[in-house]
Design a protein around this ligand. Structure first.
Ligand SMILES: [Cu+2]
Length: 205
């Protein structure tokens, strides 16, 4: 009788996890912005140090549609590119963000805001995509995902480029490094704990 009750608890918790995540993945914490501004002819990117290092986490949820790329990963979307101040790219140029290095296994999917999660298209070299993206300057929280625990980082160059991403003359680019850590899958830990309890109970019986 006790064992039957335990099995029911496990299936209920799995079902509620699946439902909660159906619509939209979670950011994983408060927004951590990379503020980009133009100072004379220099682009400058500053990471908001007041928000702690984001944690890539598996919430035990399954997502539908384009967000399904995050299924079975530890992920986070706290980092957001944001334009600071009133300025525009020089005539005929665009803002580009290029990933110049990253920890192996770090995957990135195109994001948006808390209201609009974006397209989830692979970017920054993920799944054979280009290492650079053109950025229109609206808030951009990309989705970062990994499948192995550890510490991760990625370094980006932000610059003015032409339509093909070729840097234009006369302006200085900036570089910025983002960092993440991971936590063990809470869902897996919870289920293992329940199984352990079930086994201990069975041994006693
Ligand atoms: Cu934001």
């Amino acid at each position: 009788m006790q064992q039957f009750a335990l099995v029911t608890t496990i299936s209920l918790s799995l079902a509620s996890g699946a439902f909660a995540g159906m619509d939209m993945p979670v950011f994983g914490g408060p927004m951590k912005h990379i503020a980009v501004h133009l100072h004379e002819n220099m682009l400058e990117a500053h990471v908001d140090d007041s928000v702690p290092t984001p944690i890539l986490q598996n919430y035990g949820q399954m997502y539908g549609g384009n967000a399904s790329v995050l299924n079975d990963t530890m992920y986070n979307a706290q980092y957001g590119w944001m334009v600071e101040g009133l300025w525009a790219p020089p005539s005929g140029s665009f803002l580009w963000i290029e990933q110049i290095s990253a920890t192996a296994g770090l995957m990135t999917y195109s994001g948006g805001t808390m209201m609009d999660p974006g397209t989830f298209d692979p970017i920054f070299g993920t799944a054979g995509s280009s290492s650079a993206i053109m950025w229109g300057g609206t808030m951009l929280h990309n989705w970062y995902a990994v499948t192995a625990p550890g510490t991760y980082s990625a370094t980006y160059r932000i610059y003015f480029g032409d339509i093909n991403g070729i840097a234009i003359d006369g302006y200085e680019a900036d570089e910025v490094t983002l960092n993440w850590t991971t936590v063990p899958t809470p869902g897996a830990v919870a289920v293992l704990g329940l199984l352990g309890a079930a086994l201990r109970r069975r041994r006693r019986n």
